[in-house]
Design a protein around this ligand. Structure first.
Ligand code: ADP
Length: 516
């Protein structure tokens, strides 16, 4: 017989058990609710989701989206994947799933093509997906979770882009020009076939090679400076340069580089093309040789014409009282002398051209006041251009230079006569001598003439270069004066700079080291 104490204890135990059962039931209900929510999310998700169990990849869970994609209805659930969706065989999916199952590593893939048979028709689509191993409490892989998204539109767009890029590359490979593509900082990442044929190097070897290596040592420094400047300013580059080929020979090229910008104007790439101009250069050399020959032949008779003209002028001067004075011979003789002088200058310039080419331009340097030479040159110009005498000279300081006097005079003469020549309407020319820096003198020549377009400023110092072919009839010239002047000043350790506004005028600055 139970005593009342034991009865009381039993009643308490039952109550406790009932409370525990109630708690567990409510936990279970809660878990079920959470589970149902997960299931709902999985089933209504637009992503393709499935869970496969065991090595046979039995489809345990498959949401609406993946079922629709497979196109086989709900009956696939409970079947091994490769039996339920047999067309997956040979498309690479099975191998990836097995890899996840055996290694336990997650596999991600992007824009992978997959073909399904839906309602008897083959349908190709592209997927981004990942396969995630599912583990039991011991950590062993016992299934795989699949989450995938259809990215067909994006993949087709990428495919088209790749096709276009490949067509574009084929096109530039086919070109005879050497094409390079570089990133915004100027680092090249693409060289077309023409580059590879010319250098005998592969694309990778060309990418690894130091850029300046292929340039001729004589131009290397100047070109690298120009490239640096254009890269920082984001402006176009145009240079003539010699490039080393696979046989160890340098061939002349015209190289152009342009920046490519995105919609916001940021530079994204640089494209450069180099065109071989060796034949043109050879022709130029032949022309120079011919000019040199002709100039030599012309020099003797012209010098003798000049001599006779001077002789006649002095005879005329000596016979002031004679009848011959009544004939206006003096002004005619002066004209002949000026024309002969021009011819002599032209012949000398042509001869200087070949001297520069053969590195034979010699200088005899001595110290003199630059101001005096500028003054003398202006006087000479006034003397031979009687109808023009309005060159305004400002001597801001005295500059002593150690240079070849007659060569510097040749430069001044060229730049000042250019200022007159290219200012047909307003002959308002200013020349000033000043100090640019402590040991740097500058002669500035300003005109209010026709000016030079900005894109031509770099080119006017090139040999035979003249701005605008249409001006050829209006302004006589050869296009060698500035080339020679620049070479002469460079060889004195100085430089010539030009600033100009098209239609408004130009300013040339000749800078020369000075000794005071
Ligand atoms: P040219 O014999 O043609 O004058 P240069 O070498 O002296 O040859 O000059 C080269 C070109 O530069 C000229 O053809 C001209 O187009 C341009 N140029 C030179 N000086 C001036 C200037 N002061 N104003 C305008 N254009 C100029």
């Amino acid at each position: 017989m139970k005593n009342s104490k034991t009865e009381k204890n039993e009643t308490a135990d039952v109550a406790h058990l009932q409370a525990e059962i109630e708690r567990l039931r409510s936990c279970l209900d809660h878990e079920r609710e959470v589970n149902n929510r997960y299931k709902e999310i999985i089933h209504s998700s637009p992503s393709l989701i499935a869970f496969l169990r065991g090595e046979n990849l039995v489809i345990e869970v498959a949401n609406e989206a993946i079922l629709q994609n497979w196109g086989k209805g709900k009956s696939v659930i409970g079947k091994p994947l490769m039996k339920a969706v047999p067309e997956l065989e040979g498309q690479g999916f099975y191998e990836l799933l097995m890899k996840v199952y055996h290694t336990g590593e997650v596999v991600r893939a992007f824009e992978m093509p997959g073909e399904h048979i839906v309602n008897g028709e083959r349908k190709l689509e592209y997927f981004d997906f990942f396969y995630q191993p599912q583990r039991n409490h011991k950590g062993e892989v016992e299934g795989i979770g699949i989450i995938a998204t259809i990215v067909s539109q994006q993949a087709e767009l990428h495919q088209k882009l790749r096709e276009n890029e490949s067509k574009f590359r084929q096109m530039i490979d086919f070109m005879p020009h050497k094409i390079t593509i570089a990133d915004a900082s100027g680092k090249s990442f693409y060289y077309n076939k023409s580059w590879q044929d010319y250098t005998g190097l592969s694309m990778q070897e060309l990418i690894n090679e130091e850029k300046s290596q292929r340039m001729h040592p004589e131009e290397r420094y100047y070109i690298m400076q120009a490239v640096k400047e254009k890269l920082s300013k984001g402006t176009e580059l145009e240079v003539e340069m010699r490039i080393l080929n696979k046989d160890g020979d340098y061939k002349w090229h015209l190289t152009r580089g342009i920046p490519l910008r995105d919609e916001s104007g940021e530079i994204v790439n640089w494209v450069s093309s180099s065109t071989e101009i060796q034949k043109l250069k050879d022709e130029e050399k032949k022309k120079e040789k011919f000019l040199k020959l002709v100039s030599h032949e012309l020099k003797t008779p012209v010098t003798s014409i000049k001599g006779y003209t001077q002789l006649l002028t002095s005879i005329l001067d000596e016979n002031r009282d004679s009848k011959i004075k009544e004939v206006p011979l003096s002004s005619y003789l002066c004209r002949i002398e000026n024309e002969v002088e021009r011819q002599v200058r032209l012949i000398s310039e042509i001869l200087d051209l070949s001297r520069i080419e053969e590195n034979e331009l010699e200088f005899s340097k001595k110290k003199f006041l630059l101001n005096e030479l500028v003054e003398e040159t202006i006087q000479d110009i006034h003397f031979s251009n009687q109808d023009f005498n309005s060159i305004n000279l400002k001597n801001n300081c005295k500059c002593l230079v150690d240079a070849d006097r007659s060569r510097i005079s040749q430069v001044l003469m060229n730049i000042i006569t250019n200022a007159i020549k290219y200012s047909s309407d307003i002959k308002d020319i200013e020349v000033s001598v000043e100090k640019e820096e402590e040991h740097l003198a500058a002669v500035k020549i300003r005109d209010k003439g026709i000016g030079i377009p900005e894109n031509e400023l770099d080119k006017i110092f090139q040999r035979f270069y003249r701005v605008g072919a249409k001006n050829e009839d209006t302004y006589a010239g050869f296009g060698i004066g500035l080339f020679l002047s620049n070479e002469i000043i460079k060889r004195h350790g100085g430089s010539i700079k030009v600033e100009s506004t098209f239609g408004e005028g130009s300013e040339f600055t000749i800078s020369l080291p000075c000794t005071n």
